[in-house]
Design a binder for this molecule. Structure first.
Ligand code: GUN
Length: 294
C-alpha cells in the first residue's frame, strides 16, 4: 500500500508557485492577489479561510480577508461581491461556503465574475469544465486529479466509483475523470443517497472517490484488493481528550481498507492540503489570463 501524500505534493506545488512569484517580483510586476469573503463565524470555515490566507502569505501572494458579520444581508454581500469584481488589484476571490441561511447561495455565486471565480463554482466555469474548455476547475477535484497525476496512478479504462453528488466535489470529479487526458479516461459511476446498493458497486471499483462526510462509511468488506481510495471526507468528531475538543476523520476505515488498497489518501494530510494548493494555482492562472486579455 502506498500513501498518496497530499501534504508532500501540496508543498511541492506551493514551492513551484513560490518560484513563479519570485520571478514575477523580479520582473517588477504585480504579484497574484487572492481575496476570501467569510460571512459569520462557523468554526470550520474560519479554519479553512485562515489556512488559505496563511498559504498566500507564505508563497508571496497578496491576500485580503473580507470578514463580514453573521447578520450581513444578501444585498450587502452582493455589494461586496460587486466591489471585488470591480477591484482591479484582485485577481481572484472566493466566497466561503456555507453562507448563513438567510442568504441565497446560488444568487451570490452567480454574481461572482467568472474571470475571478477561482473556486470554479460559477455556471460559466462549471459548463466550460464539463465541455473541456479553459476554465477554473474547483479546487478539490482539481487537487484529486493532480494527486493522481503526480503519483502516476493508472486511471485509463479503470472503473471509478464516486460516492456523493455535491456540486463542489462528487459531480465535478465524475465529469473530470470521464474526460480524455492524464488521470482520466476512466469509466465513472456516480453514486449518492438514492443509490440502491452502493456496496455492490464499490466492490467492482478500481478507484473509489468518497465525498460523503460520514465517518467510517467505506469499510474493508466494501472494496476489492488493490483498490485506489481517495477520501474527501472531513468530519469533526467531538473529543474532550483533545485540546481542540475534536478530531478530524474521513469517510474511510483507513486502517482496514488500507490493508487492501494499492494507494490511499490519509485524513488529514490527503485531499485537504491539495485543495489549498490548487486554489493558489487557480489564482496564479487568473493573473496570467487577466494579463493576456489586457
Ligand atoms: N466550503 C467547503 N469547501 C469549499 C470550497 O472549496 N470553497 C469555498 N468557497 N467554500 C467551501
Amino acid at each position: 500500500m502506498e500513501i498518496l501524500d497530499g501534504k508532500k505534493i501540496s508543498n511541492q506545488i506551493k514551492d513551484e508557485i513560490a518560484v513563479e512569484v519570485a520571478q514575477i517580483k523580479e520582473r517588477g510586476e504585480k504579484v497574484p492577489h487572492l481575496a476570501a469573503v467569510l460571512v459569520g463565524n462557523d468554526g470550520a470555515s474560519l479554519t479553512y479561510v485562515g489556512s488559505k490566507v496563511r498559504s498566500c502569505r507564505k508563497i508571496g501572494f497578496d491576500s485580503t480577508l473580507v470578514h463580514l458579520p453573521e447578520e450581513t444581508t444578501e444585498e450587502e454581500l452582493l455589494a461586496q461581491v460587486e466591489a471585488l469584481n470591480a477591484n482591479k488589484d484582485i485577481d481572484g476571490y472566493i466566497v466561503q461556503l456555507p453562507l448563513p441561511k438567510h442568504i441565497d447561495e446560488q444568487k451570490v455565486l452567480m454574481a461572482v465574475h467568472p474571470d475571478k471565480d477561482v473556486d470554479g463554482f460559477h455556471p460559466t466555469n462549471f459548463g466550460k469544465m464539463a465541455l473541456d474548455m479553459q476554465s477554473f476547475i474547483p479546487a478539490t477535484p482539481f487537487g484529486i486529479m493532480e494527486l493522481l497525476r503526480r503519483y502516476n496512478v493508472e486511471t485509463e479504462g479503470k472503473h471509478t466509483v464516486v460516492i456523493g453528488r455535491s456540486h463542489i466535489v462528487g459531480r465535478p470529479i465524475s465529469i473530470l475523470m470521464s474526460q480524455k487526458g492524464k488521470a482520466a479516461n476512466s469509466t465513472v459511476t456516480l453514486t449518492h443517497s438514492r443509490t440502491k446498493d452502493i456496496k455492490e458497486l464499490t466492490l467492482q471499483a478500481d478507484i473509489i472517490v468518497s465525498a460523503l462526510g460520514v465517518p467510517n462509511f467505506l469499510k474493508a468488506d466494501m472494496v476489492k484488493d488493490n483498490v485506489v481510495v481517495i477520501d474527501v471526507g472531513i468530519t469533526r468528531v467531538p473529543d474532550d481528550t483533545r485540546e481542540r475538543g475534536y478530531y478530524i476523520t474521513g469517510d474511510v476505515d483507513f486502517e482496514n481498507v488500507g490493508k487492501k488498497a494499492s494507494f490511499i489518501t490519509p485524513v488529514p494530510g490527503g485531499v485537504g492540503p491539495m485543495t489549498i494548493a490548487m486554489l493558489l494555482k487557480n489564482t496564479l492562472l487568473a493573473r496570467e489570463r487577466h494579463r493576456m486579455n489586457k
